[in-house]
Design a protein around this ligand. Structure first.
Ligand SMILES: Cc1cc2nc3c(=O)[nH]c(=O)nc-3n(C[C@H](O)[C@H](O)[C@H](O)COP(=O)(O)OP(=O)(O)OC[C@H]3O[C@@H](n4cnc5c(N)ncnc54)[C@H](O)[C@@H]3O)c2cc1C
Ligand SMILES: *[C@@H]1O[C@H](CO)[C@@H](O)[C@H](O)[C@H]1NC(C)=O
Ligand SMILES: *[C@@H]1O[C@H](CO)[C@@H](O)[C@H](O)[C@H]1NC(C)=O
Ligand SMILES: *[C@@H]1O[C@H](CO)[C@@H](O)[C@H](O)[C@H]1NC(C)=O
Length: 481
């Protein structure tokens, strides 16, 4: 009798929990806030602080056990040195440094560069690429300056987001739509491409063939100014960029649910209800007036939000690549060396052809450490952590087989000190989708069903740009609440 009652109660709870309407009765508690933010990376963490500073109550929901998103770091157990392995620096952009200042985090440090002996190799064969010579300063800097001059024409159209993007497809400048390789030839800036490919643009997977707009978003004005010494690439005086997110975590205190994801949602004008599952499996309901999505809007991340047709039409069009970074060790890798992936195909030596994903982009010795090498690798949407670890291992084996690296003594092999899977990044669509009005459709989602979007997919992949983007977006989020 008693167990029957219990069972029917459980069945009722399971049934009601199974529907998308998110009834509060399956949650252990309900939290009420003005705004709920999902994702606590550069964009979400900043939004949390901004909303509190503007007198709104806020709750942040973060999948990871800490804030910061791509701001990963690693502490070398030998030297105690903290190494930024994700985001490397904050690129000066408008008044973005106000945010670290607000959190009492300094921006007076700068990136440390060791002098390295670079080897330009084809990671697929392990052989050096014949004739590949790095552009010297006399060709590199003028080419970077030509790139910057071209970019500055479009700066306000694409940064800090697409608020001023042409309304009609026909009005989008051809420079933004043409494949980046054509753009590089048009502006005679090919000598700058190795530098920007190595820094960030390799993340676009087939960098020379994507619409130039997406390279602008990944390696645009703030980064090029920093490369030219016309803008700062700042880090805290202490070094780790994570210091900022520690300060944000302290400031937001209990207003962050860590190790938590949304399982279902209902969204209507003025009312958002989320059912959130924490790491312990506990369900919490959240009721808010507005939702801010501050994670990459991938199909997987958006699935719990019961998208409507207009939303699905936008998110289904977005293509991604996957990015991996971290620290590895291998007995054949010696201090002071760096291995950079280059294509062996014609056009590589005049900087018009680059490797495409999946590929291991680089392995650079980390100055001041015994044997740590920082790597970046880029995969397609189909790649996984396992497939990329295997590709990295194979690339190192190729270097050994080709005699580029010495054969390791003993049986020791590759180890990853930290392997950061940054997942899907570099949201982009084709030139045809851009002409057909993708950006307008995407931005029309702002405010729809009480939902707003921040983060790299709606802005650009720079922390500082995202903070300035939020300063434009968030006043609209709190309008009328
Ligand atoms: C290796 C690497 C180096 C980079 N270097 C720089 C650099 O030097 N300077 C720079 O400005 N930018 C750099 N970037 C770009 C970086 O992407 C942006 O600067 C910025 O961090 C993006 O912020 P975001 O808030 O949009 O995304 P993220 O930082 O990815 O934040 C998203 C957050 O949402 C969380 N999340 C994801 N899914 C869910 C879910 N389902 N539920 C709840 N939470 C979820 C994530 O855990 C994460 O905390 C680099 C990126 C990489 C990968
Ligand atoms: C920053 O420092 C000031 C002055 O010491 C202090 O009043 C303020 O609370 C600090 N802010 C944060 C976010 O720590
Ligand atoms: C292109 O750049 C090269 C140096 O990289 C320079 O010698 C040449 O004059 C430039 N051409 C034009 C048309 O500006
Ligand atoms: C670069 O090299 C390729 C292959 O050799 C050649 O077809 C192309 O014209 C070259 N481009 C430039 C700008 O020199």
């Amino acid at each position: 009798m008693r167990s029957n009652k219990m069972r029917s109660g459980l069945v009722a709870a399971l049934l009601s929990c199974g529907v998308a309407a998110a009834p509060p009765n399956c949650c252990t508690k309900t939290i009420h806030r003005d705004v709920v933010v999902v994702g606590g990376g550069a964009a979400g963490a900043h939004a949390g602080v901004w909303l509190r500073d503007h007198g709104k109550s806020v709750l942040l929901i973060e999948k990871n056990d800490r804030l910061g998103g791509h701001t990963a770091d690693y502490t070398d157990p030998v030297t105690g040195k903290v190494i930024n392995v994700g985001v490397q620096a904050w690129m000066q952009y408008k008044d973005a440094f106000d945010f670290p200042k607000r959190m009492n985090v300094s921006t007076s440090g700068s990136m440390q560069f060791a002098t390295l002996n670079y080897h330009y190799v084809d990671m697929k064969t392990g052989k050096p690429v014949e004739g590949w010579v790095s552009p010297g300063p006399d060709t590199l800097y003028p080419a970077l300056q030509r790139y910057l001059t071209a970019l500055e024409k479009y700066e306000d159209m694409v940064l800090p987001g697409f608020f001023n993007f042409p309304k009609k497809g026909a009005d989008i400048p051809e420079d933004l739509l043409m494949p980046f390789g054509e753009f590089a030839l048009k502006y005679n800036m090919s000598a700058a491409v190795p530098q920007i490919w190595d820094s960030t643009a390799q993340g676009l997977a087939d960098t020379m063939h994507v619409p130039a707009l997406w390279v602008f978003q990944a390696s645009g004005v703030p980064m090029v100014r920093a490369l030219l010494g016309q803008g700062a690439a700042a880090v805290p005086a202490s070094g780790p960029l994570f210091e900022l997110f520690e300060a944000v975590a302290k400031f937001l205190g209990g207003d962050v649910l860590y190790s938590s994801t949304v399982v279902s949602a209902s969204r209507s004008p003025g009312k958002v209800t989320l059912r959130v599952r924490s790491g312990s499996g506990e369900l919490t309901c959240v009721q808010a007036k507005r939702l801010v999505v501050a994670m990459e809007p991938t199909p997987e991340n958006m699935a719990p939000f019961a998208l409507d047709d207009a939303e699905r039409a936008v998110f289904d069009k977005i293509e991604y690549s996957t990015v991996y970074a971290g620290i590895l060790r291998h007995p054949s890798l010696k201090s002071g060396q760096a291995y950079t992936n280059r294509s062996p195909l014609p056009g590589s030596t005049n900087y018009t052809v680059f490797p495409t994903a999946a590929q291991l982009g680089r392995m650079d010795w980390v100055g001041g450490t015994e044997d740590l090498f920082q790597f970046t690798a880029v995969g397609t949407e189909a790649d996984t952590e396992e497939s990329m670890k295997a590709l990295i291992a194979r690339s190192i084996d190729n270097l050994i087989e080709a005699g580029t690296l010495a054969r390791p003594e003993g049986g020791r092999g590759l180890t990853f000190s930290i392997f950061a899977n940054h997942g899907k990044m570099h949201a982009r669509v084709s030139a045809d989708e851009l002409r057909a009005g993708f950006v307008q459709q995407q931005y029309a989602l702002q405010g729809r069903r009480s939902t707003y979007y921040t983060g790299a997919a709606f802005s650009a992949g720079f922390s500082t740009v995202l903070w300035v983007y939020n300063d434009v977006l968030l006043p609209k989020v709190i309008e009328g609440i």
